[in-house]
Design a binder for this molecule. Structure first.
Ligand code: NAP
Length: 279
């Protein structure tokens, strides 16, 4: 069989992985665009990751998504790391090149931005400070992309303050660290508010940061997408803010990988959302 007749394979590697919606998403796009390929979930332990990555291209894989807990460690296994993946310190998209080299990228920041642009088209990053709750892996991608589009100031509050301080150290003086106990105060005058913590997610503690200081002019987005309408989004909408749920980020971050692997840039539209939300 020649390389041209090979069925392209892709997938997502994590542990656990059964909950991932990525197979449903890519499966929908493969069907929509009539591509004869497959996308599968793979539960791989940390100790086996290197061995698996070496084997996959030999089996016809053109690339994979990487998720928890491998997003950081995979950087050391890649041959080429994009600047943004290096800056964020994590990769979520690998491309297996024909020359055998593994190319690692991070599309979370792109997904975050594309989701805001699609669902809050009048949002202007430069119009005022952003308030970011949380300082984990997702926060790094969000902050890098907010800085890139000219956000003048990014206020960050995290339960573990040292992680927020580390972000200031790495990303520079536009980052202002606030105490987690005072997180509500940093919403005062914020044009953009982003929850990057897991608070409010099904099975996790509630999001309880008070929103009294939030302006109705702010655009508020939550990275949590299960549930789709989080308490933060409901309360912000009641104040009059434009709110954007986290599912769109998940869908948009997947598009560049799909294009690289299967050759077609997929649309993120209502049908895509419906396919991923279908039970
Ligand atoms: P992570 O690196 O583990 O970071 C988790 C963050 O949540 C940290 O800031 C952590 O604070 C905070 N946190 C956890 N429990 C808390 C609590 N009880 N009280 C206060 N803060 C708490 O995870 P991640 O990869 O950044 O992901 C964070 C969230 O974003 C998850 O819900 C994930 O599903 C979601 N996400 C969504 C997308 C999307 O496409 N929509 C993409 C990536 C991530 P500490 O530092 O103090 O632990």
């Amino acid at each position: 069989m020649t390389e041209n007749t090979r069925i392209p394979l892709a997938g997502v590697i994590g542990s656990p992985i059964a909950h991932s919606r990525s197979p449903r998403l890519h499966g929908h796009w493969l069907k929509t665009y009539g591509i004869n390929g497959f996308y599968i979930p793979m539960d791989v332990a940390a100790a086996d990751l290197a061995e698996v990555l070496i084997a996959l291209p030999k089996a016809g894989f053109v690339g994979v998504n990487i998720t928890i807990p491998h997003k950081e460690t995979v950087l050391a296994l890649a041959d080429v790391v994009t600047d943004r993946a290096a800056l964020i310190g994590a990769a979520n998209t690998l491309i297996f090149r024909p020359d055998g080299r593994i190319h690692a990228d991070n599309t979370d920041g792109y997904g975050f931005m594309a989701n805001l642009r699609q669902n809050a088209p009048n949002w202007d990053a430069t119009s005022g400070p952003a308030a970011v709750l949380g300082a984990g892996g997702a926060a790094r991608a969000v902050i890098a992309s907010l800085l890139e589009v000219g956000t003048p100031e990014i206020r960050v509050a995290n339960r573990t303050r040292a992680r927020a301080e580390a972000l200031r150290h790495e990303f520079g003086a536009r980052i202002i660290v606030q105490d987690w106990a005072q997180a509500g105060n940093m919403l005062d005058g914020a044009a953009t508010v982003v929850n990057t913590t897991s608070l409010g997610m099904q099975g996790k503690p509630d999001f309880r940061v008070p929103l009294d200081a939030l302006s109705p002019k702010a655009v508020v987005t939550d990275l949590v997408y299960a549930p789709l309408r989080t308490r933060l989004l409901e309360e912000a909408a009641a104040i009059g803010c434009i709110t954007v749920d986290g599912l769109g980020m998940l869908l948009h971050q997947a598009a560049p990988g799909f294009e690289r692997w299967f050759g077609i840039r997929p649309e993120v539209d209502a049908a895509t959302r419906a396919a991923v939300l279908a039970t």
